[in-house]
Design a protein around this ligand. Structure first.
Ligand code: AP5
Length: 212
């Protein structure tokens, strides 16, 4: 099963992608997580990506495409994947389609988690992350113990790009460069819209009823 998650920053793509990956036993591939890991490790890619991410801008396609194409070639992708944060521009989507076509393959679903801008700032300002990949929200998805990850006991932190002024820029980038992918995948016949404003578990049930 090959799935692309679409939606604004903070819509809940990562939250849902992790659950999809666990249920369907496919890897969750998040370009944002890959960039953040590179930043933490101080790699050249991480240094370049940070310049853009700190400004709320997209990392250039030239840096993103090689990275993701390399990831698809790993053995764990043999039975599919759930992509979170990629593609994010029409050229990225076209490159993905071309790479799949070359292998006589295709995506199964593009799931658009639909959340209006008015909810996004609230989502981002309450988000808390763990280095193990756990994602929480102080109001909507709190950890059992404040500030501590349920999964590994690690200390939760706030993402650098979740500051209000950066969130506004990320939303601008989303509308200008990523939202057009909704029409792109609609034209491909694989777009499915889900209401992302309801409870996390209800969003997941709705996604499962789509993908089977
Ligand atoms: P990335 O990490 O992909 O960030 P994003 O797309 O902006 O999405 P987020 O991770 O912020 O949100 P999400 O939709 O996953 O929401 P989450 O599940 O965490 O990218 C970061 C940066 O990297 C980009 O700005 C760009 O610079 C760069 N980048 C990445 N990929 C790129 C690419 N392909 N090309 C170029 N540049 C790229 O949920 C958010 C919060 O809401 C959490 O607190 C969660 O607990 C809560 N929540 C989730 N669902 C619900 C619900 N149903 N109800 C209430 N709360 C909920």
């Amino acid at each position: 099963m090959k799935i692309v998650m679409l939606g604004a920053p903070g819509a809940g793509k990562g939250t849902q992608a992790k659950q999809i990956a666990a249920k369907y036993q496919i890897p969750h591939i998040s370009t944002g997580d890959i960039f953040r890991a590179n930043i933490k490790e101080g790699t050249e890619l991480g240094k370049k990506a940070k310049e853009y991410m700190d400004q709320g801008q997209l990392v250039p396609d030239s840096l993103t495409l090689d990275l993701i194409m390399d990831r698809f070639s790993k053995d764990d992708c043999a039975n599919g994947y759930v992509l979170d944060g990629f593609p994010r521009t029409i050229p990225q989507a076209e490159a993905l389609t071309a790479a799949l076509n070359a292998k006589n393959d295709k995506l199964d679903f593009a799931i658009n988690v639909d959340v209006p801008d008015s909810n996004i700032v609230d989502r981002m300002s309450g988000r808390r992350m763990c280095k193990c990949g756990g994602t929480y929200h102080v109001k909507y998805n709190p950890p059992k113990k404040e500030g501590i990850c349920d999964l590994c006991g690690g200390e939760l932190y706030i993402r650098d790009d979740d500051k209000a002024e950066i969130v506004a820029k990320r939303l601008d980038s989303y509308h200008a460069q990523t939202q057009p992918l909704i029409d792109y995948y609609d034209a491909e016949g694989i777009l499915k819209n889900v209401d992302g404003t309801v409870n996390v578990d209800v969003v997941f049930q709705n996604i499962c009823s789509i993908i089977g």
